[in-house]
Design a protein around this ligand. Structure first.
Ligand code: FAD
Length: 323
């Protein structure tokens, strides 16, 4: 790794001041499980001069519920989300998604803020600089997306255009279905970004001087059915090939409202609005589930090597709607 300066921030204010001082040439780190790999592979356009450790800041590691929402600090570890009675009771889809991430070691180090901000796993983008030379691409600011003509088995089947890398975060899929908001802070002030708007094709929409401080989830209705499932090649430690999260407001056997989100099929968590329209307002049975699955993937445009993802996604949607 190239040398960089390292700071343990004592407060959010200190972290923001350091980000300002280094003028875009600093990166923050929490668990470091993603950032250190990114730095070792030297894939960033600008290698940071400073790395600012957020884990030394107190007060960002709590989980609480009240006043119609569940609040989770940015530094809460994924293992704590997976095990939290508050999360399991109110947002079981989120608990399941956190439990599905990587390995116990990764969940014990990785934080929810870092998970949402992690860089994509596209193998062209991540190709280590030192192994045969840099692979420039659209995401790195220069060149085409190599997935279009290359091996695209793990790339987007929906919503890709100039970059077909998929959003790698499992919790983001669940949080989108839960209509969560991401709380952030900059020297200029605070804002809450709906999870649905938190990503664009190239990743999180954060400004270089912006920090995630927490997640806000409106408390789902007590009768809401929540689902999260993930298909991966290795059951032990692996990113999703496809994941699905669903939140279904059921009353007297009728689906009053539905939010269905697909993960790892698009550059952003993909809200399957057409599938929601199919199930909203009626009972949920096998026929409706099959129709919803078809509707969810109607816009899919698979490339040469990833049509199998469409079939897997349809199966996961059907299973999620099987009550
Ligand atoms: C082998 C392996 C398997 C994995 N499998 C999965 C998986 O199945 N599902 C999945 O979802 N993930 C998976 N991951 C990714 C893993 O979940 C992330 O590495 C982890 O969640 C990142 O959290 P962190 O706290 O370590 O982030 P860091 O590595 O510290 O940071 C990651 C990025 O987020 C930024 N960042 C961190 N905190 C903040 C903040 N508060 N505000 C603004 N920016 C911030 C950093 O600057 C950096 O760019 C896997 C990773 C590995 C190495």
């Amino acid at each position: 790794m190239k040398p960089f300066r390292h700071f343990d921030a004592d407060s959010v204010e200190e972290a923001l001041a350091l980000l300002t001082e280094f003028g875009g040439k600093a990166r923050v780190t929490a668990g470091g499980t993603d950032l250190l790999g990114v730095l070792k592979s030297e894939i960033l356009a600008d290698y940071p001069e400073a790395v600012i450790n957020l884990k030394t800041i107190s007060g960002l590691d709590g989980i609480e519920a009240g006043a119609g929402e569940v609040r989770i600090g940015a530094l809460v570890r994924l293992s704590d989300i997976a095990d939290s009675p508050v999360v399991k009771k109110n947002c079981p889809a989120l608990a399941l998604s956190a439990a599905s991430v990587g390995s116990p070691e990764l969940r014990n180090m990785g934080t929810i803020g870092g998970n949402l901000c992690q860089d994509t796993r596209c193998w062209y983008y991540r190709y280590p600089d030192k192994m045969g030379g840099r692979v420039p691409c659209y995401r790195k600011g220069k060149g085409p997306c190599h997935a279009i003509r290359g091996d695209n088995r793990y790339h987007a089947v929906l919503g890709g255009r100039k970059c077909y890398a998929v959003c790698p975060s499992d919790p983001a899929t669940a949080l989108a279905a839960l209509e969560a908001g991401v709380k952030t802070v900059r020297p200029a002030g605070e804002r809450t970004i709906p999870l649905a708007d938190f990503y664009d094709t190239l990743g999180p929409v954060l400004e270089p001087d912006e920090l995630v401080t927490g997640i806000r989830i409106p408390t789902p209705a007590a009768n809401a059915v929540q689902r999260f499932s993930k298909f991966r090649l290795r059951e032990s430690v692996d990113f999703a090939v496809v994941s699905v999260a669903a939140v279904l407001d059921m009353s007297e056997g009728v689906c009053r409202d539905a939010r269905i989100v697909l993960g790892a099929v698009a550059p952003v968590p993909y809200r399957a609005v057409a599938a929601e329209d199919v199930v909203r307002g009626g009972p949920l049975d096998e026929r409706q589930a099959a129709r919803a699955a078809e509707a969810a993937l109607r816009e899919a445009k698979p490339m040469s090597g990833n049509a199998y993802k469409v079939e897997i996604a349809k199966t996961l949607v059907k299973r999620a709607l099987r009550l």
